[in-house]
Design a protein around this ligand. Structure first.
Ligand SMILES: Nc1nc2c(ncn2[C@@H]2O[C@H](COP(=O)(O)OP(=O)(O)O)[C@@H](O)[C@H]2O)c(=O)[nH]1
Ligand SMILES: [Mg+2]
Length: 409
């Protein structure tokens, strides 16, 4: 990742024709480059006279090429009270200014406020790899006296994305499916908390089976090193005591090189990450750094001695983004899917039983045979296909009007 002073590798796609052409030209160059690398490697193998060489060793390169071409989706949800530095952290993480000119709500606004969902999407590109990044902010979280609506809003949003994916997945056109599922939820704990508070526990309990939770201690510059250590230990104990399953870093492969293993150990040891964020870029000894200027000195956001910001960014973007997506798919989405299917078949069984009772004049005892069950499943499949067709028709009608906001930075 580049330092904040240079910003060279992030190229936000701007939806205007000329820029698009330039991007397309570069994509083609990357594509040609990849292809030529592939054919060179094939040629090299042949030149070396490897007689038993069949060619499937290039499969990883083929997969690589295909996924680079397709691009990647990643959705990050940020949860925490107003003023904890969520928007600033997002700006710092992705070297952008997604939250320009934001207004911090005053106390009167906050009492009545309910949690809302604010979704922003940007397309970023780094060395030819495209990432469609969606940030789901939850302004108003925990601001109202009653916090129940906060977790309900977040949980409903996550479920809705799963439901949408489930519908798309069973639909007719699966080639252009967009993955809007929430892959990670950054949960902000205030630095003044001594442990996880009731609201945090409640919120995490409602979400931990739906999404990968990564806990961060906000505004860590207001804590001493000893206080950070104590709060981290307390949070870890609370998570264990209340059996909250936050995102678990996978075991590092034994054949990874020693540097990578060391980095992995450091990442694991740093969780929950104590972060500092800043919107300002300052000049320190001729170098431009993203930091916070205080009367007594500067907090350099990217300095590992000042905060865990760089570790969080490395984990989220460079090392564990794909794993977060895999866990979302294999664990959280699978849970949702299993629940959906079981609800659908239970409903179908009931309906079938009711139909059978009706047709038998309500007099005899109902026995549901295997054939009935099979018929029920088939009925249900047909019903789902019909639902999907209706939804797709509606979506087609609405697609002209509805667009995600693309942020021009
Ligand atoms: N001390 C300190 N202040 C921060 C930090 N991050 C953000 N802030 C400040 O906290 C205020 C609220 O930040 P904002 O990002 O809007 O919070 P949000 O409501 O959670 O999105 C702003 O004045 C930020 O400059 C931090 O790491 N440390
Ligand atoms: Mg904000």
């Amino acid at each position: 990742m580049a330092k904040s002073d240079s910003f060279p590798i992030i190229n936000i796609h701007i939806r205007d024709k000329d820029k698009k052409d330039i991007n397309l030209q570069r994509d083609n160059d990357v594509e040609k480059n990849n292809k030529s690398q592939l054919s060179t490697s094939l040629q090299n193998q042949r030149d070396r006279g490897e007689r038993d060489y069949i060619g499937f060793a290039t499969l990883p390169e083929q997969v690589h090429r295909k996924s680079v071409k397709r691009g990647f989706d990643f959705t990050l949800m940020v949860v925490g009270e107003s003023g904890l530095g969520k928007s600033t952290l997002i700006n710092s993480l992705f070297l952008g200014d997604l939250y320009k000119g934001r207004k911090i709500p005053d106390a009167a606004d906050r009492v009545e406020k309910t949690t809302t969902i604010e979704k922003k999407t940007m397309e970023i590109e780094e060395r030819g790899v495209k990432l469609r990044l969606t940030i789901v902010d939850t302004p108003g979280f925990g601001d109202a006296i009653n916090c129940e609506d906060s977790w309900r809003t977040c949980a409903a949003y996550i479920d809705e994305q799963f439901r949408q994916y489930f519908t798309d997945e069973s639909g007719l056109n699966r080639r252009h499916m967009q993955d809007n599922r929430v892959h990670c939820c950054l949960y902000f704990v205030p630095p003044w908390a001594h442990s996880l508070r009731q609201v945090d526990l409640e919120m995490m309990k409602r979400l931990h089976r739906k999404v990968n939770i990564v806990v961060v201690i906000a505004k860590a510059d207001s804590l001493t090193a000893a206080e950070v250590k104590r709060l981290k230990a307390r949070i870890l104990t609370d998570l264990e005591d209340y059996q909250i399953q936050v995102y678990q870093f996978p075991e590092c492969d034994s054949d990874e090189d020693e540097d990578f293993k060391q980095q992995d150990r450091e990442l694991k040891a740093a969780a929950p990450f104590a972060v500092v964020a800043a919107d300002t870029v300052l000049e320190v000894g001729g170098k431009r750094v993203r930091g916070r200027q205080y009367p007594w000195g500067i907090v350099d956001v990217e300095n590992p001695r000042h905060s865990d910001f760089t570790k969080l960014r490395t984990m989220l973007i460079s090392t564990h983004m794909q794993d977060l997506k895999d866990v979302t798919q294999d664990v959280h989405y699978e849970n949702f899917r299993a629940q959906c299917i079981s609800q659908i078949s239970q409903h179908a069984m009931r309906e079938r039983g009711k139909l059978k009772r009706d047709s038998m004049g309500n007099n005899s005892d109902v026995v549901i045979t295997d054939t009935d069950r099979l018929l029920l499943q088939k009925d249900e499949e047909i019903r789902r296909m019909q639902d999907m067709l209706t939804q797709m028709q509606e979506k087609l009608k609405a697609s002209d009007k509805k667009h995600d906001s693309i942020i021009d930075v």
